[in-house]
Design a protein around this ligand. Structure first.
Ligand code: NCD
Length: 322
């Protein structure tokens, strides 16, 4: 089923057409921003002005929340921010389900939600966009990552993506494995045994024991943060030993593909996952990912809210249909 008017909870909710359209729209938004022209040249503003997005963030966020807010402003969609959940009815014991129903009644056209739980079961009729659900999925981040790879490498198909770090607790890597595979990339991981995923979904994904071997194989390196807030027991290694074996720094960049791409969804801990000097390397696109985030999120919002492109901006296939 198409994403038009529907929720985005998992990469599995996207059709091939959704993915290609999101990339197409994001490209139009990026070009408009680069040319300093209005998003109104790209989408029909008269539709977007009727909408209100509720940004519900029950977990810490910088990039995701702010880039959704920027995306809404550019589209002319009104924003209600709801992050102070300690002072909400949730703190009085109300369920998330009841809260979402109340937000719907208060006029939300779309609810952008980040929370600690996993896959959400909700009867809410208002579309929900997953902005990070526990260790489950983070589909909008994966779309940013794949689009960034496509923009820089020219394609995703055939790329060799090495995911380094805390794959076990990462919602980003779950969405990325689904999306990158669908787009034809090869995915491998490199992480301490305590942070390797064990579920069926990850079975068969190659795990490099040695970081340098993985780096020599890869055309894309995706580092992840060690998500200590999701570790419920002592994971059996220290930050110092992690740094010794898994930090991506100058030594790794020397053996990395000359036109490779280094990314990290952030937040990054310099000196643990990556060394600060990697930012000086032209292959490091961690800031590009942040810059790309509002364009991809504006494209996702446009699709979920069923906004319309101006006729001349339609992809060639759609122009013929009209
Ligand atoms: C990630 C997240 O919150 O899942 N970051 C992000 O959204 N850009 C990764 C993390 O928390 O480490």
């Amino acid at each position: 089923m198409s994403l038009k008017g529907s929720s985005l909870i998992s990469i599995s909710d996207l059709t091939e057409e959704d993915i290609q359209d999101i990339f197409h729209w994001a490209g139009l938004f990026k070009t408009a921003a680069q040319n300093k022209t209005s998003v109104g040249d790209v989408v029909n503003f008269k539709h977007s002005r009727n909408h209100t997005a509720f940004l519900v963030f029950a977990e810490a966020s910088t990039r995701t929340r702010i880039s959704f807010e920027i995306a809404c402003h550019r589209l002319g969609v009104k924003v209600v921010n709801f992050s102070d959940l300690k002072n909400s009815s949730l703190a009085k014991g109300e369920s998330l389900e009841a809260t979402l129903t109340a937000l719907e009644a208060l006029g939300a056209s779309v609810i952008v939600l980040r929370y600690k739980g996993g896959k959400l079961q909700s009867d809410c009729k208002t579309p929900i966009i997953n902005a990070g659900f526990g260790s489950y999925e983070h589909p909008t981040q994966a779309l940013i990552d794949a689009w960034t790879i496509q923009q820089i490498r020219g394609q995703v198909k055939g790329e060799k993506v090495l995911i380094v770090g805390d794959v076990l607790h990462s919602r980003v890597s779950n969405s990325n494995l689904k999306l990158l595979r669908r787009l034809g990339a090869k995915v491998a991981i490199c992480s301490p045994s305590a942070l390797q995923p064990q579920d069926d979904f990850w079975q068969g994904v190659h795990c490099f024991e040695n970081l340098n071997e993985g780096v020599k194989w890869a055309s894309v390196i995706m580092c992840l943060r060690i998500q200590t807030e999701r570790h419920d027991t002592n994971v059996g290694f220290s930050i110092a030993s992690y740094r010794d074996y898994y930090l991506v720094g100058q030594e790794q960049l020397k053996m990395f593909h000359k036109k490779g791409v280094l990314i990290h969804p952030g937040p990054y801990i310099c000196g643990v996952e990556i060394s600060p000097d990697v930012f000086d390397d032209s292959r490091c696109h961690i800031i590009t990912q942040v810059k790309n985030a509002p364009f991809i999120r504006a494209a996702i919002l446009s699709r979920v809210l069923n906004l319309e492109l101006k006729g001349d901006k339609l992809p060639e296939g759609d122009k013929k249909k009209t």
